[in-house]
Ligand binder design. Sequence first.
Ligand SMILES: NC(=O)c1ccc[n+]([C@@H]2O[C@H](COP(=O)([O-])OP(=O)(O)OC[C@H]3O[C@@H](n4cnc5c(N)ncnc54)[C@H](OP(=O)(O)O)[C@@H]3O)[C@@H](O)[C@H]2O)c1
Length: 411
Amino acid sequence: MKELRIGMLGLGTVAHGVVSLLQRNGELIARRIGVTLRVVRIASRPPIKTVGLNLDMDPAERLVLAALKHGKHVVTANKALIAVRGVGLFQAALENNRDLMFEASVAGAVPIVKAIRESLAGNQIESIHGILNGTCNYILTEMREKGLPFADTLAQAQEKGYAEADPSFDVDGIDTAHKLAILAAIAWGTPPDFKSIHIEGIRPITDGDIAWATEMGYRIKLLAIAKRRDEGLELRVQPTLVTKSSMVSQVEGVFNAVFVKSDFAGTTMYHGRGAGAEPTASAVVSDLIDLARNLSLTAASRVAPLSIQPQHLRHLPVHDIANLKCEYYLRLAVLDRPGVLADITSILARQGISIDAIHQKGRTTSQEAVPLVIVTHQCLEKDMQNSLAVLERLETVQGKPVFIRMESSLA
Ligand SMILES: NC(=O)c1ccc[n+]([C@@H]2O[C@H](COP(=O)([O-])OP(=O)(O)OC[C@H]3O[C@@H](n4cnc5c(N)ncnc54)[C@H](OP(=O)(O)O)[C@@H]3O)[C@@H](O)[C@H]2O)c1
């Protein structure tokens, strides 16, 4: 039987998963594809102390380039690498007539890269939205179910191993944005453009916001949103209010889900485990299997890595967030004095923002702030930002107003 010989760089969580999958299911895979997948080399870092040494601490790009130049095909789970360095790497793969595959880089076990690039290849993609970071979704789910604040829930997630000791990459939305850059690239045949994404994380979300949202029939989710709009793209990662009856609001805990809206297929949904050794290994091995099939049938580059033939890739402008139009949830801490509400509503009215609902809880002395929640109709982000700047300066408004964008029409 033919053999695909595999060299692995690093032996961490994902690599362990790949080795154990190949040990358990290698024979079955060989029967399915007529090629044996064999790990022949593993390069691992020697356990030396690196403090004070000038070592190359992020060698992924260098190693992948070297592998491609040496005629190796490359499979990676590294989303940061593809989102930030993808353009140069795909160019190197093309020049060396080798494949660079990355199914595992988005949503772990969920076969979303293949679904967009191959199964939906006959469609024009209109929009993509989804939950791409299990850590954030776990934190938001626990905050809602247990009524706990962000900091306590994060500490609990760290104890359970769902969040890293330094959680910034996850909770500040960077990891989600890396994945969104990749999905937008394959959906619209444009080079991955991480820098243009508007990114907001979940740190500012309080248990109070979650309780308010629940009371009004919404849930708060960290969403990755990409829409084709006019001649460009809308790309954003942000906490978002979604209606309780939407499918995306039912995605709970560490699970990931992606919704793709396309012209002929309509909305399709992909749901599953977005991280962990075994789910991620499943995606890595699916790329290895594709490679083995391509090679045994001499059909390398059968599918263009970014879904469009490299010579036809084109840059699409990403819209400025200032031109976004949506509904907003606004939370202000206000002193309960006569005329406060009138001041606030007239500031919003001056920017042409109309109000859908106002909620205020509790009455205290005129010295103590109470939360005031306002839900607006659709308005422009720049009008909202202008209003916030004025609201912040009101003597009766304490602290910085919190605002969360709403997407009431999402699946
Ligand atoms: N874990 C997941 O669920 C998951 C899911 C999807 C995608 N990914 C992506 O997959 C990639 C690997 O993730 P992982 O969870 O397996 O990470 P990990 O457990 O931290 O393993 C990383 C591996 O890379 C090696 N390494 C890191 N820096 C190195 C350096 N400077 N020189 C040489 N070797 C180095 C590490 O060696 P040492 O052991 O010697 O430090 C380790 O073997 C990441 O890009 C991640 O974002 C992970």
